[in-house]
Design a protein around this ligand. Structure first.
Ligand SMILES: Nc1ncnc2c1ncn2[C@@H]1O[C@H](COP(=O)(O)OP(=O)(O)O)[C@@H](O)[C@H]1O
Ligand SMILES: [Mg+2]
Length: 343
């Protein structure tokens, strides 16, 4: 069914109808709605109906970022499919899906109260680096990649033109090709990274493994926000996460040593379990992507919002040095970065 976009955040009647279609609203009950902060590409809200509390997510056609950026709203179905696939592998680390409304392109999921589930990004930016979270994330991600690698059901579900177009729009073009356009002398290299992603379709990729999309609670971590999901190169997920652990050291230099430890913990718990290809081959692609993503987070379509001008310039400078160095292991990048960036 084609999705006709109706903004559920501004059309209460449409929202009530949607909840009714899913059998989540009794007649006469007015839902209490609270918009949640933090999302750039979706309507995301906490809904209380008297009997139940849940979280509603609806993909927006235009993302709330500085540069013009559109993406098909049908990407919400990739997110739902990723959550369902991950629930088969690591059920305790993803929200349960409580209802899917194809008509409005939205879904309901389990709500995690913020009092018990902190966003990992917020903790990192406070300099509170829990290396156990990094270790667990490495392990969980390696399970997801391992279990989905070469799995024909996963390939049939995710290796679609729509998912590829979506990943191209909101990841490969927005981060890599856009950065190549901003740095024409590196254009071919950025294009080669895109080609490499397409040539290494090995496993189910989440596409936004960022601390912003990880909740940490007493029962361990929860992974959210899989709207970029596709069948692709798992190196992307790994580099994407490691990039965030590098960038945080620019803002909280006093936590650089523990961020570096978190980087190591993630890698140890991730790379030990790579079962679908030689570890070195995967790591080499991660090492190529990582400096490119660093530069992309200052000069791509979605620059990180927490750097000031001087910090942005430092990131640009060190990312360019790393691109020139062409290291082929992540530990070489790690040592360079945590040593240089805060001097
Ligand atoms: N199931 C949930 N329970 C509690 N909070 C959530 C839930 N899903 C999302 N959030 C909060 O909303 C924010 C935005 O959600 P997310 O799925 O990441 O949307 P976007 O695609 O717009 O980034 C998250 O960073 C998190 O703080
Ligand atoms: Mg998000």
């Amino acid at each position: 069914m084609a999705v006709q976009f109706i903004d559920l955040a501004s059309d209460q009647q449409a929202l009530v109808k949607m909840l009714g279609r899913l059998g989540k609203l009794e007649a006469g009950v007015t839902p209490a709605i609270q918009m949640l902060k933090g999302g750039v590409s979706s309507n995301i809200m906490r809904i209380e109906t008297g009997k139940e509390i849940f979280c509603l997510k609806q993909a927006l056609p235009t993302l709330k970022v500085a540069k013009e950026w559109h993406a098909p709203i049908e990407r919400v179905f990739a997110e739902i499919a990723w959550l369902e696939a991950a629930a088969q592998i690591v059920p305790e680390h993803v929200p349960d899906i409580l209802g899917v409304d194809k008509q409005s392109g939205s879904f309901l999921m389990e709500f995690f109260p913020p009092e018990q589930n902190m966003c990992w990004k917020d903790l990192l930016l406070l300099g509170r680096v829990d290396t156990e979270v990094a270790a667990q994330l490495g392990h969980v991600l390696s399970l997801i990649h391992n279990e989905t690698a070469g799995n024909s059901h996963i390939v049939d579900t995710f290796d679609t033109a729509l998912n590829d177009q979506n990943f191209m729009a909101i990841r490969l073009d927005a981060y890599l090709l856009e950065t190549g356009r901003q740095h024409p002398e590196r254009r071919y290299f950025f294009q080669s990274l895109v080609d490499s992603f397409i040539q290494h379709k090995h496993a189910l990729v989440h596409g936004d493994i960022s601390p912003k999309n990880i909740l940490t609670g007493s029962k361990g971590l929860i992974i959210l926000d899989a709207e970029c999901a596709c069948y692709g190169d798992p190196a992307f997920d790994v580099a994407f996460l490691l990039n965030h652990l590098l960038l945080k050291a620019v803002v909280v230099p006093q936590a650089a040593a523990s961020l570096s430890r978190a980087f190591s913990f993630f890698c140890t718990h991730y790379f030990a379990f790579v079962g679908w290809e030689p570890r070195q081959a995967l790591e080499c692609r991660v090492a190529q992507l990582l400096p490119a993503l660093l530069l992309a987070r200052v000069d791509g379509k979605s620059p990180v919002e927490y750097l000031n001008d001087a910090q942005r310039e430092r990131v640009r400078q060190f990312a360019e040095q790393l691109l020139d160095a062409q290291f082929n292991t992540v530990s070489l990048i790690q040592s360079f970065w945590y040593r240089e960036i805060n001097q």
